[in-house]
Write a protein of this length. Structure first.
Length: 210
C-alpha cells in the first residue's frame, strides 16, 4: 500500500497492535486521554463535567416537588421513575417508544420516558399520572375518563391521560375538535380499542361537545 493512500501497511498494523495493547490494560494502567486538538486548542465539550460510568446526581422537579437522585448515565427516565423513585403509574409496555404507555410531561410537553435518558431532564419539570390528582381528588380529565368509560385493562391509560393532559394545557381556552384529540393520541396505542371514549372524555374535559 502506498503512502499516497494515506496509510502504510506498517502504520496500519502498528495501530492495530497499539489498540490491542490498550484493550488489555487495566483502566489504571492506560495512558491518559485528552480532548485537546493539535496546537493546544480545546476540543468540543472541554471543561464540561462528564457523566459516568457510575451514578451522578440528578436534580429536577417531579409533580411539583424538587427531587435529587443518584442516577447512572445510561438509565432512562422511565426506569428512574419506577425503580428509584417508585412512581409506578408510568407503565412499561413496549419499552421502545412505540406504544405511548410511558408518556409523561416534560416542561408541559408529552414525551416517551422510555426513550429519554434520565439526565436529560436535569432542571426540568416532569409530571407523571400521579401528579394529575390534587388533594385526593381526581383531575377534571381523570373524572371525564371515568364518566366516559375511557379505560379498560389500564395498561395504556396513564400514558393516554398524559398525552391528553398535554393537549389540554397547550390549548387552554381554545375550543377543541375531535381531530385535535385524535392527533394528540396518535402515538398512544390501546389494545382494548377505547379511542372513541377517550376522544369523548377529552372534549368533555375541555368543555367541548362529545
Amino acid at each position: 500500500m502506498s503512502d499516497r493512500a494515506g496509510i502504510t501497511r506498517r502504520g496500519l498494523f502498528r495501530g492495530i497492535g497499539t489498540a490491542g495493547l490498550l484493550a488489555g490494560c487495566k483502566p489504571s494502567e492506560r495512558p491518559p486521554t485528552t480532548t485537546e486538538e493539535p496546537g493546544g486548542a480545546a476540543g468540543p465539550g472541554a471543561g464540561e463535567a462528564a457523566l459516568g460510568p457510575g451514578p451522578a446526581p440528578l436534580a429536577f422537579t417531579l409533580n411539583g416537588e424538587a427531587k435529587t437522585v443518584e442516577v447512572a448515565p445510561h438509565v432512562t427516565l422511565l426506569a428512574a421513575l419506577r425503580e428509584q423513585l417508585r412512581f409506578t403509574g408510568t407503565k412499561v409496555v413496549c419499552d421502545r417508544g412505540a406504544c405511548g404507555a410511558c408518556t409523561v410531561l416534560i416542561d408541559g410537553v408529552a414525551r416517551n420516558s422510555c426513550m429519554t435518558l434520565a439526565h436529560n431532564v436535569a432542571g426540568a419539570a416532569v409530571t407523571t399520572v400521579e401528579g394529575l390528582a390534587s388533594g385526593g381528588k381526581l383531575s377534571v380529565l381523570q373524572q371525564a375518563f371515568v364518566r366516559h368509560d375511557a379505560l379498560q385493562c389500564g395498561f395504556c391509560t396513564s400514558g393516554m391521560l398524559m398525552s391528553c393532559q398535554g393537549l389540554l394545557e397547550r390549548t387552554r381556552g381554545q375550543k377543541l375538535a375531535r381531530e385535535d384529540v385524535e392527533a394528540a393520541i396518535a402515538g398512544n396505542l390501546c389494545r382494548c380499542g377505547t379511542y372513541p371514549n377517550v376522544v369523548a372524555a377529552v372534549l368533555d374535559a375541555a368543555g367541548g361537545s362529545a
